[in-house]
Design a protein around this ligand. Structure first.
Ligand code: PLP
Length: 385
């Protein structure tokens, strides 16, 4: 089997991650922060150590600014619902995921509006596009670091600097970039960074991260935090303010091992490995006349995410056929219809292949030979776009 659906979630996970999850289950799966007994304290320590690792990876301002969520969607919802109020205007890029678009569409009824600025491969043009959609009511910019469909990287540091000038808070969606592209929260002045734990940070599914600056934010959930229990009001300080209910200890333990794995390997080494594979795949696919490609793979400009189509074949049809030959990739819209509208692929969707740190060149070679093998069948039988 060739797994190239690492954009959805990475598979396999590092051995250290699996061991850590098992170990936490076997040795200290007590409720963290709820009791004073030994096992609960070990569990709390595990969570704190994970915050510490994440703080180091992203150069966040403190361990307490690291909030654990279920996934990137929950992190983004926490920011969008917790920060915005009636009358606010939001700006987002033309590459955003539905985890951004859908909450904002919902908030339209509550008096929140949003505008979209277009991606461009020219960073100066992106900055001009951002500037053009800012209004006096703009309070928040939500911007993906790298498109989950086309891999395009946005100049988030420059966007943040521009937004700061206008007093606009910046929320980065790092679902496709955390662990692959460098993120320096303090140096870049990001107000919120949202990401999944289960993608390129190699944690298990059910883990997500929100890193907050000192911006005031309402929690998404209210409830028990194991602290200040006599007080009927939600704690004011992070992380407790945003972490009501029992934590996903075993998931967070695994996430810690994943983050440590990434830190040991080095984000740039991981990026170079995956980008080389994506670039190789791109160059081989370019030799096949029936393949349509949408992005160039370029160091610094793209994340290792490759989208393509087979001429006149629905992406989902191609994915079904690839699956029969043991290849796991994703087709369709990847929950990002905005990006597909922008790239005129809304009708066909795209086939997306994303390598991971564990992907070998031989797997890319096999993937290419499978594509060549199924091409005549697909062109004969595939549903035509
Ligand atoms: N944002 C982007 C850019 C994504 O690629 C994804 C997931 O694919 C999400 C948000 C949502 O992430 P999660 O599935 O962890 O909620």
């Amino acid at each position: 089997m060739i797994y190239l659906d690492n954009g959805a979630t990475t598979f396999p996970k590092p051995t250290a991650v699996k061991q850590k999850i098992t170990d936490s289950f076997n040795r200290y799966s007590a409720n963290p922060g709820r009791s004073g007994h030994k096992l609960s304290l070990i569990a709390s320590e595990e969570i704190y150590e994970c915050r510490k690792s994440i703080k180091k990876l992203f150069n966040a301002q403190s361990e307490d600014s690291v909030i654990f969520t279920m996934n990137c969607t929950m992190s983004l919802n926490t920011v969008i619902f917790g920060f915005l109020r009636e009358g606010d205007h939001v700006i987002i890029s033309s590459l955003e995921h539905n985890a951004v678009v859908r909450p904002l569409e919902y908030l339209k009824d509550k008096g929140v509006s949003y505008s979209v600025f277009d991606y461009s491969s020219d960073d100066d043009e992106v900055i001009d596009n951002v500037r053009a959609v800012i209004t006096p009511r703009t309070r928040l910019c939500v911007c993906t670091h790298a498109s989950n469909v086309f891999g395009f990287r946005l100049p988030i540091e420059r966007i943040a600097a521009l937004c700061r000038f206008y007093g606009i808070k910046v929320c980065i969606d790092a679902a496709q970039s955390a662990g692959v592209l460098p993120i320096d929260i303090l140096a870049s002045g990001f107000d919120f960074v949202c990401t999944s734990g289960h993608k390129s940070l190699y944690g298990p599914m059910g883990t997500g991260i929100l890193v907050i600056g000192d911006t005031e934010l309402k929690p998404l959930l209210f409830g028990g935090t194991g602290t200040d229990s006599a007080n009927p009001h939600q704690p004011e300080e992070p992380p407790e303010r945003f972490e009501s209910g029992t934590a996903n200890l075993n998931g967070i333990a695994g996430l810690r091992a994943g983050v440590d794995f990434v830190r040991r390997r080095g984000t740039d080494n991981i990026y170079r490995h995956e980008l080389a594979l994506a670039g190789y795949l791109h160059s081989e696919l370019m030799k096949i006349p029936q393949i349509i490609l949408y992005n160039n793979i370029e160091y610094g400009k793209t994340a290792p995410v490759l989208s393509f189509n087979i001429d006149n074949v629905y992406s989902e049809e191609a994915v079904r056929m690839l699956d029969k030959y043991g290849v796991c990739v994703r087709g369709g819209l990847h929950c990002a219809p905005l990006a597909h509208r922008f790239m005129n692929t809304i009708d066909s969707g795209t086939v997306r292949a994303v390598p991971s740190v564990f992907t070998a060149k031989s797997e890319i070679d096999r993937f290419i030979s499978v594509i060549k093998n199924i091409l005549p069948k697909l062109l004969d039988n595939g549903k035509k776009v």
